[in-house]
Design a protein around this ligand. Structure first.
Ligand code: RB5
Length: 152
C-alpha cells in the first residue's frame, strides 16, 4: 500500500450466499492494511440481500467508508437493490476490465460480486483493481452528473 495516501476504508456486506466470500475478502484486505467495516451478515443462515444492500449504502452515503463491496449469489440482486439508493453507483463485475472501467468511467462506489459465479482468486483481483483505480473525471464526470440528475 502507498503510505503517502490515507488508508482507504472499505465497507463490506453480504447475504448468506455471499457470506464465505465476504469473510475471505475481509481477510485479504485486512492483510493489506485496509480499514474494514463489516455490516454482516454474520452466518450462512438464510437472509434477505436488500437489507444488507440498504444498510451498507446508507453508511457509505454517510461517509463511513470510501468504497463498498457487496456479495450475494450472483452479485446481481445486491447491485439492483444498491442502485435504488441515491448516491450509489453499484456494479456487478466478474471480469477485470469491467471492474477497472467502472471506477475510471462510472465512478462506481460499490462493487458487487457473485459468490456462486466467481472464485476467491478472481474476487481478490476484482477487489484489488476496483479499490486501486481512481475516477478519471473530465467528460466522464459530466456523464456521471447526468446519472445523478436521474435520481431527482
Ligand atoms: C440467494 O439464494 C440469492 O438469490 C442471492 O444471493 C442473490 O444471488 C440474488 O441476486
Amino acid at each position: 500500500m502507498d503510505n503517502s495516501k490515507p488508508t482507504k476504508r472499505i465497507i463490506i456486506g453480504s447475504d448468506h450466499a455471499g457470506y464465505s466470500l465476504k469473510e475471505h475478502i475481509i481477510s485479504s484486505l485486512s492483510d493489506k492494511g485496509f480499514i474494514i467495516i463489516d455490516i454482516g451478515t454474520h452466518s450462512k443462515q438464510s437472509c434477505d440481500y436488500p437489507v444488507f444492500a440498504s444498510k451498507l449504502c446508507d453508511r457509505l452515503n454517510k461517509g463511513s467508508a470510501d468504497l463498498g463491496i457487496l456479495c450475494c449469489g450472483t452479485g446481481i440482486g445486491m447491485s439492483i437493490a444498491a442502485n435504488k439508493i441515491k448516491g450509489i453507483r453499484a456494479a456487478a463485475c466478474s471480469d477485470i476490465y469491467s471492474a477497472k472501467y467502472t471506477r475510471l468511467h462510472n465512478d462506481a462506489n460499490v462493487l458487487c460480486l457473485g459468490a456462486r459465479v466467481i472464485g476467491e482468486g478472481l474476487a481478490d483481483e476484482l477487489v484489488n483493481i476496483f479499490i486501486s483505480t481512481e475516477f478519471e473525471g473530465g467528460k466522464h464526470k459530466r456523464r456521471v452528473d447526468m446519472i445523478s440528475a436521474l435520481e431527482q
